[in-house]
Design a protein around this ligand. Structure first.
Ligand code: NAG
Ligand code: NAG
Ligand code: NAG
Ligand code: NAG
Ligand code: NAG
Ligand code: NAG
Length: 780
């Protein structure tokens, strides 16, 4: 058997939903889980354990030992027959113990000191259990008990408790005449349903302020009257609540009358069932009575005399009246100037034809007509015209609309708070509002925009437009002093401009649950959250993107819209800055590494390559034996021998150079040798320097004059500028040299060593050509 139970508990353990909240700890809810015993292996951090509506019959001493954090234990609606409070000795923080609706016959052991709320009502105690244990503990907030016998009711007297609940429906065997004295601040009694048991006359209170009497038998209405008449000035009772009681209209009027003369200030009648209308309307309640609340009026008779009810309530001479949830159709204007300061007719069936032009409600400050059948807002405004003290009105949850018409709205001039939520109002409602309104609730209507041409509402501080049809945040042009705005749950994508331009005084903004388009415009909203002067309520959880679709559902908090993307001026500035920077870097690199020089060399090289490629087809004359002839001044001989020749001839099968000294043919003059060299060479290289110009060039200038070959086709010439030559050094008669220098067709010898490889490559490219083999030549 126990094994089965354990198995069952484990199963339930596995399927039970565990609620965990950061502060309140763990809630383990096993309500209606068909348990026969308390489940084992509950998490030790459990703070709330609900075992209600099961079939648990016995509690073991080990059941709750492992739950040191248990604060609330609910065992209501089980079949527990006995309880030893000692089993909670390890539950040092247990405050709330509900064992109501079981079959307890006895309670033993000592309650723990931490207990504040103990409910033992609706069990099978044959006699009231002894409460001595409880009287010794610290003061309880709540104690609930019910019994069929009141043998030891005296114990209740000493019970230190704020609220005492006594369920006495099933009481029998009670002898009237013994006094039932209560010390609790609030006493709630369900009266015996046996009409012969009359306890009302035996009730005495010591320090009790609030009394709740449920299910008073119709037959004991006289006793109630007697009981109420006894509550004179010496009584401390201030509040009386009568619940779920059948009574005739006359009985109710008698209660009003008796209560008016008693110490009671506040009377509440909940769920009264009116059995018959056997009296007329009642007018002058005693002014000592401050407030009357009547709710959930039911009727037993087919003749529910609404007229008597309307007249009675309208003319009650008290400060505060609530008649709610009662199907009341109409309110009359009081027949004499009324004392009403507070009137609530919540959840009835009132229409807008009532109270028109009523001048006898001049003291009224608060009027609540929530959840009725009001329709025309103009008529509602006219209701209030003469209510010169009216400050707050709630007409939410009606069917209100407003149509511009000939009859103008005319609100009571002191209305500062108006609740128009959950109606059918559209944009036009802004033309029918009290001038001095400070707090306006228009949520859940059909407003799509705040019209421009309305009167200024300079006093308006709080405006609620949640759950309407707005597609833009409203501006504050007409509400200069608006401090709190709620536009949650509308259709606003990205239209905020008017709001941000005109709403400087806003301190609280609620704008979540709109289908935001996450574009540039939205940055204003996102940035607002960083501003300390404005509280963005609900940020960040309910602020999400709807568009573009790839951002749908993303929290605004996580969206990055860069300043650059949205600011054209900034974008241009940045692009220009980047451009300038690039130019600067390029310029720097050019200067630092002489890029133009490399570029020039590259061009030269490609030109040469191109030319050679074109030349290919041309026949190289057989007389050509050398790639180049080199001419230079003695002064530059060192460079030619250590740099030029080695570099050109260095590779295997490389260039052949004709040097007039090296390839000297005896028997010929120097000039003849030179000319011989030139004619056997594919190109002629001249190493130019001031020395060369002064000592060597004269030979060639003359030679060029006679050999058309060179003058027409400068292609055969390669000038290397070893040192720069100032123009004045070149004598005027050197036409050819001047012409060549002017064309800048020379190669400059770079000083920078890193450039030397480029120089050589270029030079070699200019000379590279396949010559007929000299050996073959010899054979020929
Ligand atoms: C446990 O769940 C029931 C519904 O099954 C609910 O009525 C009850 O309030 C819950 N108890 C607690 C402590 O939340
Ligand atoms: C009334 O209450 C006071 C303390 O609140 C107590 O001293 C006194 O004994 C009580 N009287 C009766 C009759 O219980
Ligand atoms: C009495 O009733 C009034 C109005 O309903 C309420 O404000 C007040 O708290 C009640 N006092 C007690 C002691 O219940
Ligand atoms: C409104 O009153 C009716 C009785 O007239 C009641 O049945 C209903 O529950 C009430 N509604 C609310 C929301 O209290
Ligand atoms: C308001 O009170 C005055 C003075 O008692 C009375 O003459 C008038 O008829 C009342 N108004 C209404 C609409 O009952
Ligand atoms: C207006 O009434 C609704 C209920 O109809 C309520 O939820 C809301 O809080 C009220 N607004 C104000 C500002 O009191």
């Amino acid at each position: 058997m126990s094994a089965t139970n354990n198995f069952l508990s484990l199963c339930i353990f596995a399927i039970t939903f565990w609620n965990s909240t950061a502060e309140s700890g763990l809630v383990a809810n096993y309500s209606k889980s068909s348990l026969f015993t308390v489940p084992k292996h509950l998490p030790t951090q459990t703070t709330v354990l609900d075992l209600s509506s099961n079939s648990i019959s016995k509690l073991e001493s080990s059941d709750f030992r492992s739950l040191p954090n248990l604060q609330v234990l609910i065992l209501t609606h089980n079949s527990i027959t006995e309880i030893d409070l000692g089993i909670f000795q390890h539950n040092d923080v247990l405050e709330h113990l509900d064992v109501s609706h079981n079959t307890l016959r006895s309670v033993s052991g000592f309650p723990t000191k931490s207990l504040k709320h103990v409910d033992l009502a609706y069990n099978d105690f044959s006699a009231m259990p002894l409460f001595t244990e409880f009287t010794k503990t610290t003061k309880l907030n709540y104690f609930g008990i019910s019994a069929r016998k009141l043998s030891s009711v005296e114990a209740l007297v000493h019970l230190q408790v704020d609220t005492l609940f006594l369920g006495l429906e099933d009481l029998d065997g009670y002898k009237a005449g013994r006094l039932l004295v209560f010390n609790a601040k609030t006493v709630r009694i369900v009266l015996p349903q046996n009409v012969n048991i009359r306890i009302l006359l035996d009730l005495r209170f010591n320090g009790t302020e609030s009394l709740e009497l449920s299910k008073i038998p119709l037959e004991q209405m006289e006793d109630l009257g007697t009981f109420l008449r006894r509550l004179d000035e010496k009584s401390t009772l201030l509040n009386l609540t009568i619940i779920d009681t059948k009574l005739s209209w006359k009985d109710l009027i008698d209660v009003f009358k008796a209560v008016g003369k008693s110490s009671i200030n506040h009377l509440t009648v909940s769920y009264p069932t009116i059995t018959e209308f056997n009296d007329g309307a009642f007018k002058n309640a005693d002014p000592a009575l401050k407030s009357v609340t009547v709710q959930y009026i039911l009727s037993d008779t087919t003749r529910f005399d609404q007229n008597i009810v309307f007249l009675t309530f309208s003319n009650l001479n008290i400060d505060s009246l609530t008649v709610s949830d009662a199907d009341i159709l109409y309110i009359y204007c009081p027949e004499t100037p009324s004392r009403f300061k507070y009137l609530s007719y919540k959840n009835n069936t009132l229409t807008d034809n009532m109270l028109q032009g009523c001048k006898n409600l001049t003291m009224l400050r608060t009027l609540i007509l929530q959840k009725n059948r009001l329709e025309d807002l103009t008529k509602v405004s006219l209701m209030t015209t003469s209510m010169t003290s009216l400050k707050s009105m709630d007409v939410s949850q009606n069917r209100l609309y407003y149509k511009d018409s000939e009859i103008k709205c005319n609100w009571g001039e002191h209305i500062i708070k108006l609740n128009l939520s959950s109606n059918k109002l559209t944009d036009s409602v802004f033309r029918c509002l009290p001038n001095n309104i400070q707090m306006l609730d228009l949520q859940s209507n059909q407003i799509s925009a705040v019209p421009k041409e309305i009167i200024e509402l300079t006093a308006l501080k709080e405006l609620n437009l949640a759950s309407n049809r707005l597609n833009a945040f409203p501006g504050c042009g007409n509400f200069k002093n608006l401090q709190a705005l709620n536009v949650e749950n509308n259709f606003v994508l990205d239209q905020f401009s008017e709001f941000f331009q005109t709403c400087q005084n806003i301190r609280r903004l609620k704008a979540g649950r709109n289908p935001f388009g996450c574009h540039c415009e939205l940055r204003q909203l996102i940035n607002l959250q960083k501003e300390e002067s404005v509280a963005l309520v609900g940020w960040p959880d309910i602020y999400m993107c709807e568009y573009p679709s790839d951002l749908r559902g993303t929290l605004l908090k996580n969206v990055r819209i860069s300043e650059l993307q949205c600011n054209v001026a900034l974008l241009i500035t940045v692009v220009l800055a980047v451009l300038l920077f690039v130019i600067a870097v390029v310029a720097f690199l050019c200067i630092r590494f002489d890029v133009p020089w490399y570029f020039k060399m590259l061009c030269r090289w490609s030109q040469v390559k191109h030319r050679i490629w074109k030349k290919k087809s041309e026949e190289i004359p057989e007389s050509i034996q050398y790639h180049a002839f080199v001419s230079y001044s003695e002064h530059d001989a060192n460079w030619v021998k250590t740099e030029l020749i080695p570099n050109l001839e260095k590779e295997e099968g490389s260039l052949r150079i004709c040097q007039h000294e090296r390839n000297f043919i005896p028997g010929k003059s120097i000039m003849e040798n030179i000319i011989d060299c030139i004619e056997k060479s594919y190109k002629s290289i001249f190493v130019l320097s001031p020395n060369f110009v002064q000592s060597e060039w004269c030979h060639y200038e003359l030679y060029f004059a006679h050999h058309k070959l060179f003058s027409e086709n400068a292609d055969g010439l390669i000038l290397i500028l070893l040192e720069s030559i100032p123009a004045y050094i070149i004598p005027a008669r050197y036409y050819k040299l001047k012409a060549l220098m002017a064309k800048r067709t020379y190669l400059e010898w770079p000083e920078d060593k890193r450039k030397h490889p480029f120089f050589w490559t270029n030079l070699r490219a200019a000379l590279q050509i396949k010559l007929p083999n000299p050996e073959e030549m010899k054979e020929l």
